[in-house]
Every structure is written in C-alpha cells, then in structure tokens.
Design a protein around this ligand. Structure first.
Ligand code: ADP
Ligand code: ASP
Ligand code: MG
Length: 422
C-alpha cells in the first residue's frame, strides 16, 4: 500500500462539479489500495477576491490580518471536498493548517514551513480516512495564522509528502504537466515527460507558476517524488495510466538522452527594477544599499553594478513589484548617507530566462539568445547567468514577443524525440 499526497489547485476545484470530480479521482486512488492525503487551494479567483476585500479597507493591509482573511478560501474547499468524498462512501476528514499544526515562522504573507505534526494524521490514515488539508496556510509558534505566499498550496502539498514520507506527491492542475514554456503564451509549447529537479527549480525561480519555488526546494531537500498532472481529464482514467502521465521531476539527468540546449523558458511580470544612480564607487557600497532591504525581508534578485566612471557608479537590482514602494522608501531614507544622486523605480519590466542542463556542455547560448532578441529590436536592460540559466530583464511590453522568438530560436517549437515527446 502506498501513501500518496495529491494537491489540487484553484481551477481544479473551481466549481461544485469540479470538486465532485476531484472526489471521484481521490476515491479511485483510495479504492486502489492507497492511503490518501489531499491538499487543496481555494476555488479559483477566491484568494484574489479576499485580498481585494482587505485592500478596499487598507491600501497596504496589515500583514497579520491579511493572512486571517486570505486563508479562509481554503477552509471552504476542504469542507466541501470532504463532503463530496463522504457522498461517494469514502470516509474523509478536513483539517485547517492550525488544526494539523502546520508550524511556520512568523513572516506573514510569505511564511516558511518549519514542522508538521503527523500524529493525528497517522491515526486518521490507520482508520482508513482520507485526510483533506487546507493548503497555503499555517500557524506560527504564537498561534497566529500565516500564509505561505501566492501559489503556496504546492508547498503545503510537498511539505506534507516530506513529513509523512509519502511515496509520491502529485500536483494536479489545469495543464497536463510542465511545458517548455507557459502554453497560454506559446500555444506551440510542448509538455516535458521529465524535467530535472535543478531545471524545475530554475523555472520556478523565474516565475513559472506551475510550481511554487518553495515546493521544488522542499522536494529537493527531502527527495520527494514529485509529478505534475492534469485534473481536467476524465476522473475515471485508470490509476496506472494516470500515475504515469504528466511530468515527473527527476533527480538525475537521463544520460541516455541527447540533452536539448534549452529545456524551457520562464518569465514573469511581477518584478520591478530599482536603480541607484551616482553612488561612490568604493568597497561596501553594495552592502550599504542592500542591507536595509535585506533587513526588511525583501528579496532581491538580478543585481548589476555598472563600471564606474569618475569615482561613481550606478547600481541596479530587481525586487518583487509588491515590494517596490517599500524598497524606494527604504532607499530614500539612506540616500544621503550612501551619497546617491538619484533613485529610479521602474515597474514596467519583465524578467525572462532560458533554462537547461544542456547549457553545461554547450557554449554560445547567451550570444544566440541576444542575437534573437536583437533581431526583434528588443533591448536588454540587465543580464545574469548561472550554470544552467540565462536571465535577462527587458521592457515588459516585449515579453510575449521575446518568449515566442526564443522558443522558436532554440528549437522548442519542433518535436525533438525522444527528449520531449508529448
Ligand atoms: P493551480 O491553481 O493548479 O496551482 P496555477 O495557475 O498556479 O495552477 O499554475 C498552472 C498554470 O501555470 C498553467 O495554467 C500555466 O498557464 C502556467 N504555467 C507557466 N509556465 C508553465 C509551464 N512551463 N508549464 C506549464 N504551465 C505553466
Ligand atoms: N489560494 C492560494 C493562492 O491563490 C494558494 C494557491 O492557490 O496555491 O495563491
Ligand atoms: Mg498554483
């Protein structure tokens, strides 16, 4: 008997009919002899609605109270799914994050999971019950409700699988796997049968929302077998067939396969660029700029420091768009101390990256990327590279064009059997 954790996203449980379909799918896996833990999101659009309600009262909602409000969507879906399972004759019990003691730190709105108490869940499993857990939420040591950041139910699912040493964590969503890029932007995108953990980590880090980055980190740390698959197919599809579908995140590169140069392209419009102009070009300046930002728990991504001239330099970096105002406020306070001439905040940018373990053994990927972007007249504002990733920051109005161009330029539009069969 296997222990399976399944996670269902917002679209997958976006209506009563879909919740009933999820129940049929879960019942099928349970009746095939598996112990089942199901983690669910709120119904699609619900978390946005809740956040908007909060913002209609406070433009910058109090983080603790925002979590109290935003976490409620998942409380509805766990109850409804449990009822739908009972209607199918499957014993089920729902739990909120605090009920199972999904212990997190106290970083409201982007809390990290620290520990999960498996005691009660083991008892439920032994009694043959399906456990239905609210994703996205937890509780800190002081008993405050926390949430894990947008898309956080993925992380709840993987963390649950890690804590209970599940045989597999299945992330059910509205696409049938991980694609070469977001199929909504590039219809020619193709599903990957497998993707390495490292590649998935980079794709998620670049904003490919199919998996939240922390979910991938968890999977890596605890070696959780992770698969992304569709909830929108016929729920009665055979268990063995379904269990082999979608995209498997692998921990080893398949040495047999001819590695594609680039496996995927990810992008996101949620970033903003901050430029600090005319700071003295001297040791410690990067620290002086970034330290107050780090202390405010704001994540900084691409960083570029220009070559200095006449003793001064310009320093740019990206932050999440939601953090732009706070970052500008913090820098305005230290502007004089660091000797900056001017601060510029730009939220009309997008970050886009090519990912592929094949880059390790090939040269010229960056120049090919720059050539393709130049041919479309797209200016590159920032560049950063790692062993298996090249990231650029460009004007957001060119985002879709750039993704399509690069998808084609790197041969991702065409089937390259057997590396990426659909
Ligand atoms: P859920 O509500 O199930 O968590 P999300 O909307 O968070 O679903 O994530 C699924 C979406 O991720 C897809 O509908 C797709 O538009 C988007 N996406 C972005 N990049 C990719 C990719 N490389 N492969 C598949 N889907 C992707
Ligand atoms: N409901 C939450 C959100 O919309 C969590 C999730 O869907 O994973 O971000
Ligand atoms: Mg999601």
């Amino acid at each position: 008997m296997a222990l399976i954790v399944q996670k269902y996203g917002g679209t997958s449980i976006g209506s009563i009919e879909r919740i009933q379909n999820v129940a049929r799918r879960v019942a099928k896996w349970k009746n095939a002899g598996n112990d089942m833990i199901v983690v669910v999101s709120a119904m699609s659009g619900e978390t946005n609605r809740l956040i908007d309600l909060a913002k209609s009262i406070q433009a910058q909602p109090d983080p603790r109270e925002l979590d109290v409000v935003a976490s409620t969507g998942e409380q509805v879906t766990i109850g409804l799914l449990s009822m739908a399972l009972m209607e199918l004759g499957v014993p089920a019990r729902s739990y909120t994050g605090w009920q199972i003691s999904m212990l997190t730190d106290s970083a409201h709105n982007k809390a990290r999971i620290l520990e999960i108490d498996e005691q009660n869940m083991r008892a439920d499993l032994a009694a043959g019950r399906v456990i239905v857990v609210a994703g996205f939420q937890g509780v800190d040591a002081a008993g405050n409700i926390t949430t894990l950041g947008r898309g956080g139910s993925d992380t709840s699912g993987v963390a649950m699988a890690a804590a209970l040493r599940a045989d597999e964590c299945q992330i059910f969503t509205d696409v049938d796997g991980v694609y070469t890029t977001d199929p909504r932007i590039v219809p020619q995108a193709r599903r990957l049968r497998t993707i390495t953990f490292e590649e998935m980590l980079e794709m998620a880090g670049l904003g490919s929302k199919v998996l939240q980055i922390r979910a991938v980190e968890f999977a890596g740390k605890f070696q959780v077998k992770l698969r992304v698959l569709s909830s929108l197919t016929e729920p009665d599809i055979r268990v063995d067939e379904e269990g082999d579908s979608g995209t498997l995140i692998t921990f080893e590169e398949d040495k047999q396969m001819e590695q594609a140069l680039v496996s995927g392209i990810a992008f996101n419009r949620d970033e903003a660029k901050v430029t600090v102009l005319g700071v003295p070009d001297k040791p410690g300046i990067a620290f002086a700029i970034l330290d107050p930002i780090a202390k405010a728990n704001i994540e900084v991504d691409v960083i570029v420091q220009n070559v200095g001239s006449e003793g001064t330099t310009d320093f740019s970096f990206t932050v999440h768009r939601n953090d732009l105002m706070r970052t500008m406020d913090l820098l305005t306070k230290v502007k004089k101390d660091i000797g900056a001439k001017k601060l510029i905040g730009d939220d009309k940018i997008c970050k886009l990256g090519l990912v592929g373990v094949g880059m390790r053994s090939h040269v010229g990927v960056a120049s090919k990327m720059f050539e393709a972007l130049a041919a479309d007249g797209i200016n590159i504002q920032m560049v950063s590279t790692s062993e298996i990733k090249i990231t650029v920051v460009i004007d957001e109005k060119y985002m879709e064009l750039a993704v399509r161009t690069l998808h084609k330029a790197f041969g991702l539009d065409e089937p390259t059997e057997p590396a990426m069969p659909v």
